[in-house]
Design a protein around this ligand. Structure first.
Ligand code: PEP
Ligand code: MN
Length: 348
């Protein structure tokens, strides 16, 4: 259940509503509200509230509207907000602004190395992906590696290199944050906070990303074996914590066949478009784990309606410190950008 607060509600009317809600829900803690679609809203697990309780809430002066949402996720549901959300990347920064989820525009292409390795590698890749037509630069400074003996990323030094690359190219930057304590530092340098597949249900991290003081958008990757509902509830944490700017990223789910790294679930794109107003992009690199499959699965992703792609690109994939097998070259990226524009044009 979602309660939309009346914009003209007085502080007494609000206080009255809050204490009523505390009594109704048995909550010991103050009820928190969040801002979505230019309105202050309160989302509740309304499963146990009957029609009488809903009526009582609807009659409160502080209440503009009570919306009953039947899914476990509330604020991210299309039932609550029928119009699609566009997420603006690169606001309040000296770089190009990019909109993810604008249905009239070509898909947003995010590209760059899996890991920031050094200044030369990042700068060369950043300039090359820009030249190839990418809109956002990706690059991991904190890397969630399966083995503790693998390259773990440059950490804060990598963040500084990403900032330099933005200054040089004008491309906004997306990079992963793995710990709640690092959210503010990463948000100082990044234009989008990436929450990786392994952390999709790291609830303290989701809350911290939702509260980040820079109001950076969050790119939330699907967990290794997350259901759609689990994924949307993870997005709900971020939105409920105060950040409505969430981009969902399908990056393949774990299955039994080692031929590909994961199974790219493209069905989830049109399905999510029914369930949520949030934009969705696809990562064909981590989904397939094979560079030769990235171009065709990029085309497929656009064909099913993805709002963008995030692709790993390396100037010399054979020498990459991380995920070289799935990394494509800038020349291959250029072809994908061209094809995605043509495809969008055809589909409109
Ligand atoms: C990445 O983008 O480099 C990454 C680690 O992705 P994922 O969390 O999807 O595995
Ligand atoms: Mn990677």
């Amino acid at each position: 259940m979602i309660i939309t607060i009346h914009p003209q509600a007085t502080s007494e009317e609000r206080a009255h509503l809050m204490s009523l809600l505390c009594r109704m829900t048995g909550s010991q803690r103050p009820i928190s509200s969040t801002q979505i679609a230019n309105r202050e809203v309160i989302a509740l697990d309304g499963g146990h509230l009957d029609a009488q309780a809903q009526n009582l809430l609807q009659q409160q002066n502080a209440v503009e509207r009570v919306t009953v949402v039947k899914t476990p996720y509330q604020l991210v549901s299309r039932a609550f907000k029928p119009e699609s959300t566009s997420v603006v990347i690169g606001k309040n920064r000296d770089c190009t602004s990019v909109i993810v989820g604008d249905t009239t525009a070509s898909p947003v292409i995010m590209a760059g190395p899996c890991a920031v390795e050094n200044k030369e590698q990042l700068m060369e890749t950043a300039l090359a992906v820009k030249e190839a037509g990418a809109h956002v630069l990706r690059g991991g400074a904190f890397k969630p590696r399966t083995s503790p003996y693998q390259f773990q990323g440059l950490g804060v030094d990598g963040l500084h290199l990403l900032s330099d690359a933005r200054d040089e190219t004008g491309l906004p930057v997306v990079t992963e944050v793995m710990e709640p304590e690092m959210v503010e530092v990463v948000a100082q340098h990044a234009d989008v906070l990436q929450i990786g597949a392994r952390n999709m249900q790291n609830f303290p991290l989701l809350n911290a990303a939702g509260r980040n003081s820079h109001k950076r958008p969050v790119l939330l990757k699907r967990g290794l074996s997350a259901t759609i509902d689990e994924w949307l509830l993870a997005a709900e944490y971020i939105v409920a914590a105060g950040n409505p700017n969430v981009i969902l990223c399908e990056r393949g789910i774990r299955s039994y066949d080692p031929q590909t790294r994961n199974v790219l679930d493209l069905t989830c794109v049109p399905l999510l478009q029914q369930l949520t107003h949030l934009p969705i992009i696809v990562d064909p690199s981590h989904a397939t784990g094979r560079s030769e499959l990235v171009p065709v699965m990029s085309r497929a992703s656009i064909a099913v309606g993805a709002s963008g792609l995030i692709i790993e690109v390396h100037p010399d994939p054979n020498t990459a410190l991380c995920d070289g097998k799935q990394s494509i070259t800038p020349a291959q990226l250029q072809k994908i950008v061209h094809e995605s524009r043509m495809l969008t044009h055809m589909l409109q």
